[in-house]
Design a protein around this ligand. Structure first.
Ligand SMILES: C[S@@+](CC[C@H](N)C(=O)[O-])C[C@H]1O[C@@H](n2cnc3c(N)ncnc32)[C@H](O)[C@@H]1O
Length: 223
């Protein structure tokens, strides 16, 4: 069974305010996504780890008229996504892991936003990327946002992240969270991201966005 990090209780209910406070330029990144999936070659999208549905909402608000399947292992996150997206059509939300989807259903676009860094680089990251890749048509585009960098880069970018946080945030909470990011989340170097994508069946990924520790990547499934 594929590994996952379950978002539940306050971590789920407070997620939307958390993500805005803690990830500088999160909305800037999200607002790029509709421009990147803007034609009929990207009209069957799989949003892996869609959480409360932020990436799906920005696509639908910007006129994306393809079909979207959003999946997430957390029932609480899926419940919020269901509520948030109730006015939009062609969206299916499921409380499942990618590995639980049939491979007969193929997609031509995918997102993996803020998920991969929860998985260890002991085969779990590769498994998730492979599970996505085998459900994609050749040349399908995957867009990812993830904590990326070697230890030194992460350390330096965490200092910058700290400077960008809102001044009224609790200082103890900031210290605890920055420590957790450094010690407990499974960030890997840019080079390792490139290796993982290519091993999983993607062409070499392109880094197209960075805001402190968060990097945006895109890659096409190999032919
Ligand atoms: C930080 S949230 C990101 C949510 C959303 N993508 C966003 O940008 O707002 C991470 C989400 O990934 C989900 N998750 C954790 N492990 C997963 C896995 N192995 N496969 C898919 N989703 C996973 C969690 O339940 C959570 O909802």
């Amino acid at each position: 069974m594929e590994k996952f990090e379950l978002f539940e209780n306050e971590r789920a209910t407070a997620y939307d305010s958390f993500v805005k406070n803690w990830i500088p330029n999160y909305n800037v990144f999200l607002n790029m996504i509709p421009h990147l999936f803007n034609d009929s070659t990207n009209d069957k999208l799989l949003a892996v780890g869609c959480g409360t549905g932020n990436e799906i909402l920005v696509l639908k608000q910007n006129g994306y008229n393809g079909s979207i399947m959003g999946i997430d292992p957390s029932p609480e996150m899926i419940a919020q996504a269901t509520h948030k997206l109730k006015d939009y059509e062609d969206i299916v939300l499921k409380e499942v892991l990618v590995s639980q989807l049939t491979i007969d259903h193929q997609f031509n676009a995918a997102t993996l936003i803020l998920v991969l860094h929860f998985l260890k680089d002991d085969g779990d990251k590769l498994d998730l990327l492979r599970d996505i890749s085998i459900r994609l048509e050749p040349k399908a585009l995957l867009i990812m946002l993830d904590i990326t960098g070697n230890n030194m880069e992460i350390r330096k970018n965490l200092e910058i992240l700290e400077q960008l946080l809102l001044p009224d945030m609790d200082q103890n909470e900031i210290a605890k969270r920055l420590e957790r990011i450094y010690l407990e989340l499974h960030h890997v170097s840019e080079q390792r991201i490139i290796e993982l994508f290519t091993e999983a069946g993607f062409e070499e990924p392109t880094k197209f966005f960075q805001s402190t520790i968060y990097m945006g990547w895109m890659a096409r499934k190999k032919n």
